[in-house]
Design a binder for this molecule. Structure first.
Ligand code: OXD
Length: 320
């Protein structure tokens, strides 16, 4: 088995992460050639020989020299960086991480955000810092309508958990597909505003593609149910951020919790930092943990060696 394992380069900017993938691959295939790199310079001596690339944040310049590269397994779920024209050659098969691996942590982020909102936790923490004892009302989320835009591996898992947690759950997706257990699934741009008008909580779990970039603009946001609370764990650029600022300022949306932004790190001058009803986190909702992701890669590697089709192969036209 080991003799047939292709040369693998693991590229991760974080050394501990790269090392852990190397250990996990070698534990399954001792004797395989698995090298690690955290910078373009470190990858340079190996890139021409590499057949399989595992990782993320790979400097675009490396691909031009990767003449033997046949397959890239991205360790994250989003692949928009690799689909920029002229980055990853079309001859290279691209697979992404199975969202089901990331979903359990992202579900906890989303429900943490919802309950922090209903329990007014930000107010409690502000009061504590001021040593202030002042009563306030808390709300309930159960029974509210929660809409999930993007019903892939992650969005679908969030929706199922919301059903189990007593929400009325509706969904929105770009293309039709059978969906079980939701009150209703709205499809396509033409049904987006109707969907928005029903959501008390709106969770965005969309990939960034040509069809989703800037989708949530002033027009779409103005159709949101008054007082809707928005959570974005997909990609920041699906929202026109200045339009979101206005929707939060004028009270159309009661608040937002954002983990992703059009530009990351969020520029210091960005208006989001100062909005009282917006809470933000630095893209932490779905951490890529090597011990979670490596078994998926190893399964795909096994399929690759046996000439089988790879799991979560990216459709470059759809963008995911
Ligand atoms: C991902 C991410 O794409 O972490 O998986 O954003």
């Amino acid at each position: 088995m080991t003799a047939r394992i292709p040369k693998i380069l693991v590229f991760c900017p974080e050394p501990g992460e790269a090392l852990r993938y190397q250990q996990l691959v070698l534990a399954r295939h001792p004797g395989a050639t698995v090298v690690i790199a955290t910078t373009e310079e470190e990858a340079s001596p190996f890139i021409e020989e590499t057949e399989v690339l595992l990782g993320w944040k790979v400097p675009a310049g490396l691909f031009a020299r990767a003449k033997r590269l046949r397959w890239m397994q991205k360790t994250g779920a989003g692949v928009e960086d690799l689909l920029v024209p002229d980055v990853l050659p079309k001859t290279v098969v691209l697979t992404r991480c199975d969202g089901a691996i990331l979903a359990p942590r992202m579900i906890e982020y989303v429900f943490g955000a919802i309950y922090a909102h209903t329990q007014n936790l930000h107010l409690a923490w502000e009061q504590q810092r001021r040593r202030e004892w002042r009563n306030y009302m808390v709300d309930r989320a159960e029974g509210a309508t929660l809409g999930v835009a993007g019903l892939g591996d992650i969005g679908g898992a969030i929706a199922r958990r919301a059903v189990a947690s007593g929400f009325k759950v509706i969904g929105w997706r770009r293309l039709p597909r059978a969906e079980e257990g939701l009150e209703r699934v709205f499809v396509g741009r033409e049904q987006l505003k109707e969907f928005m008008a029903l959501c008390n909580y709106l969770v965005l779990v969309l990939p960034l593609t040509a069809s989703t970039a800037g989708l949530f603009d002033a027009d779409v946001l103005s159709s949101a149910r008054k007082g809707c609370f928005l959570i974005n764990v997909g990609r920041g650029a699906v929202i026109v951020e200045n339009d979101l600022v206005r929707a939060l300022e004028d009270g159309r949306l009661s608040g937002a919790m954002l983990d992703v932004f059009a530009e990351e790190p969020l520029p210091l001058s960005h208006p989001f930092w100062a909005l009282p009803n917006l809470h933000l986190t630095p893209h932490v909702s779905g951490p890529i943990v090597p011990d979670d992701v490596a078994p998926f890669f190893l399964e795909n590697l096994d399929r690759y060696v046996r000439g089988l089709s790879l799991l979560r192969r990216v459709d470059r036209t759809l963008g995911y």
